[in-house]
Each structure stands twice: as C-alpha cells, then as structure tokens.
Design a binder for this molecule. Sequence first.
Ligand code: ADE
Length: 253
Amino acid sequence: MGRLAILGALHEEIADLLAAMDPGAVVHRIAMRDFHVGTLWGTPCVIALSRIGKVAAAATASIVIQQFKVSRVIFTGLAGGLHADVAVGDVVVASALMQHDMDARPLFGQYEIPLLARAQFDTDAALSARLRESAEEFLESHAPALGGRAALRPRPRVHCGLIATGDVFVNDNDEAQKLRLRLPEALCLEMEGGATAQVCHEFGIPFAVLRVISDRADHAAKVDFTDFLVNVARVYTAGILAPLLRPGVLPDA
Ligand code: ADE
C-alpha cells in the first residue's frame, strides 16, 4: 500500500498523531517544515504541519507528493461553521472544495481557478466515505463525553458537502453572513483545504479533508477557536483517524 500524507495547519491539530507514530519515525526538514515519516497505527504515513493558509498548504502538499511519493492525502483540522445546520463540535467531511477568495473576473468566472476551467475539486469518494463512517462511529461512542462541554450541542453530527477555503480567518457576523449568501451550499470555512485540493488535482493524487467545527465564524470565533484548539481538536482527529488506519481498512491506493 502506498504512503498516506496527513497534513494539519497547527500543531495541536496533529499533536496526538505525531505522539502515536511508531518510535522508528524519521524527521526530514524541507522548506522550513518537518515531515515525519513512519508508521501510524499500521499504515505507512508522512505527517506534516503545513502552517496556516493556501500557500503554506499548497507548498506542503507539493512536497509530500513529490519528495515522499504519497499515494493519497488527508488534510485535517478545524473549521468555522457557515451553514445554519453546522454547529460547534460537528464534523465536516468534504465532498468538494472551492476557494472563496479566488476572483479573476472579468477574465474568468468568480471562484474559477484560472486556466483549470473549474471552481471546485471533488474529494476521493472512497476515502471520504471511510472518513465519514469513522467520524459517525467516533461521535456515537464519544458524544456523551464531548457533549459535557458547554459549547457543544448534546449530539454532534457529521456532515458531508462543500468546504470553502480562503486566506481569511472569518470572525465577523456580517462577513460570515455575506459568505453564507454568496455560497449557500458551503458547510464551513477554513484556510487550507481548497489549496491542497488544487495541488492534488494537478498531480492526480486522491485526497480528502476532515474538519471539526470550532466556531461559527462570528464575533466569538477567536475565543471559540482557541478554546477548541487547545482542548478538543486533538481528541477528534486521533479518534476519527485511528480506526481508519488499521491495516486493511483504507481502500487500496
Ligand atoms: N478555521 C477555523 N475557524 C475558522 C474561521 N472562522 N475562518 C476561517 N478558518 C477557520
């Protein structure tokens, strides 16, 4: 089986994965980033901290594909809920990604990636389906414990759909509302998935994006995001990915 890349934008989003890697993992430093190459729960992986934003994510995705020859990529981390149905503590598995700040009008359509003739990139259906199942099982078994947190509704949900990416941390009600009206299909906002998706598309590498909702992209977003990052993010990521990485669970790539 080919190697899987797992990328996250902040240390807390991948901390438990790094801690769980086999002791023989080797660190390669390239372009100011550490690439941890080894085995995670039986699956050959490279785990890396991309840092925040589209350029950082694109650079990191290019490196794992070219230097480490990964056969698929998962980007994991937090996101701000945009759609009315998406609450703090919910999980979103992307079916497609778009870049909400891409606007080369009048040369190209709004959101269209110039010269690629598309505005959205579909995730790998099999990989995303496995992530979704694993997220459902995780929430089923951990909801009581997670639901004890004041910020979470009693029963967090898993959503599958469009994720919107841009180089902006949205923490303003009006800004969030404008995006909601412009992109009624978008479930949540984050800052890396759409760039990773574009690079994977260009290289022909299957990819998936897993996001846990930390805030509602409103005036309280900074406080909610920070609280969630420090206290909850790592539990979700590791809890959802661990069953998936057991040998034989992921579809062959
Ligand atoms: N990631 C987590 N919360 C976010 C927000 N409100 N805007 C953009 N990216 C985010």
